[in-house]
Design a protein around this ligand. Structure first.
Ligand SMILES: *Cc1c(COP(=O)(O)O)cnc(C)c1O
Length: 423
């Protein structure tokens, strides 16, 4: 039986047995007891499912990973300590020195730094493309060392909407994994796997948790990529000597997720904590309801800002004049979330003045939770980027990022109005 997404939000990932707690308990233990040596050996050999050490897997984390995997329509989820560790582990699972990643340039600042500064130190190169570029331009970056095409559904903070079909075609043509960071859309608004993505990555610190309470990340394995015999993925087709000669491509399912957990969780320990998994599991109960409200509030706020004389431009795909309106209508027909950005007329100081005058909407390095907040990326999350890189990432200097919360929309608009009056 497969359920609708709003049902999975409250019922997914955990099903109690008779007499067990109705919601997942916080299994606050590093380790697990077995009464036979064979029982433990089977776990180590991946012959049986179970838990032996929380660095690799934990029941509370499993409840949350399971819910997110179900929501995305994937076959397995991996709960990570943060969204950044989810992206790092994805890359470590498929890339080695000499390989390359072909990535959209319109991505989260942290991901951009990981790809452009840190991964190269380990011999992994990233080739960036403008997500609006033609298929031919993107294809020209792919060679036999390309291991993944990386994108975001709704780019943070440039609010560009991905043309899934364009990327899916390229991914199929070259037999290259297609990974999508779906943090800002969430599976409620868009399910990338249905549009050809193979891996879906989340920073669950955002809408999934929804309450700014717990850092986390999840990687979802779509189970829809054929590693077997694909020369591009040698490490999936050769025995893993560090894991009893296991050949991941021969597994019946979750080939990526198994390799990711068995090798990379084992070696890095970047797993989500049980406490954070519990908070995220609980927070995501209301995800479907919240995304509806985030989307409708953002539509109203975007329309208000677009008509304001002190505002230079507003980006939200709900606006009919928005460049991505048609793509959003196709891939996110039920709304496009609470993230919007706008430019305030005048120089950078006007933006700062505006932000300081806000009373309800707070200034913080966070987005996508229940409370409305603003950020000036050029002076915070993207401050490591040069002016040219900022432009390339779609983040001009006067851009203000507004994450519209689930407060009453009239209160949000009134706060923006009084702050705009002050400049
Ligand atoms: C926040 C964010 C990340 C990083 O997640 P953390 O949980 O903060 O590590 C990655 N991608 C996107 C789109 C984000 O918004």
């Amino acid at each position: 039986m497969s359920y609708k997404k709003d049902t999975i939000c409250v019922q997914g990932g955990y099903r109690p047995g008779s007499g067990e707690s109705r919601i997942p308990p916080i299994v606050q233990s590093t380790t697990f007891f077995y009464d036979t040596t064979q029982g433990m050996a089977d776990l180590f050999d991946l012959k049986a499912d179970g838990y032996f050490y929380t660095r690799l897997a934990n029941p509370t984390v499993a409840a949350f990973e399971g819910k997110v995997a179900e929501l995305e329509g994937g076959v397995a989820g991996i709960g990570c300590a943060s969204g950044m560790s989810a992206i790092l582990l994805t890359m470590m699972t498929i890339c080695g020195s000499g390989d390359n990643v072909v990535s959209s340039s319109a991505i989260y600042g942290g991901s951009f730094n990981l790809f452009s500064v840190t991964l190269p130190k380990f011999g992994i190169e990233t080739r960036f493309f403008d997500p609006d570029a033609s298929a031919e331009e993107i294809e020209s970056l792919i060679d036999d060392k390309t291991k993944v095409i990386f994108t975001e559904t709704i780019a943070n903070p440039s609010i560009k909407v991905l043309d899934f079909e364009k990327i899916a075609k390229i991914s199929k043509k070259y037999g290259v994994l297609f990974a999508v960071d779906n943090t800002l859309a969430t599976p409620i608004l868009c399910r990338p796997i249905e549009w050809g993505a193979n891996l879906v990555i989340h920073s669950s610190s955002k809408y999934l948790d929804g309450h700014a309470a717990a850092l986390g990340g999840v990687i979802v394995d779509g189970g829809n990529f054929n590693f077997k015999g694909n020369a591009r993925y040698r490490t999936f087709n050769e025995p893993d000597e560090s894991y009893h000669g296991l050949v991941y491509a021969d597994l019946p399912s979750a080939q990526f997720a198994t390799k990711c957990r068995a090798q990379m969780m084992r070696d890095t320990g970047a797993i989500m904590s049980p406490q954070n998994a519990f908070l995220s599991w609980l927070g995501s109960d209301t995800l479907a309801l919240r995304m509806e409200r985030h989307s409708s509030n953002a539509n109203k706020v975007a329309a208000y800002l677009a008509s304001h004389p002190k505002i230079d431009w507003v980006l939200h795909p709900s606006l009919p004049e928005n460049r991505y309106h048609a793509l959003a209508a196709k891939y996110m027909p039920n709304g496009c979330g609470g993230m919007l950005s706008f430019g305030i007329k005048g120089d950078v100081s006007q933006a700062a003045k505006f932000m300081e005058a806000l009373k309800l909407v707070t200034q913080e390095t966070h987005v996508a939770d229940a409370r409305s907040c603003v950020l000036h990326p050029a002076s915070t999350t993207h401050r490591q980027l040069s002016k040219e890189e900022l432009t390339e990432a779609g983040v001009p200097e006067n851009l203000v990022r507004l994450s519209v919360g689930i407060e009453n929309p009239d209160d949000i608009i009134a706060d923006l109005a009084q702050a705009l009056e002050k400049i």
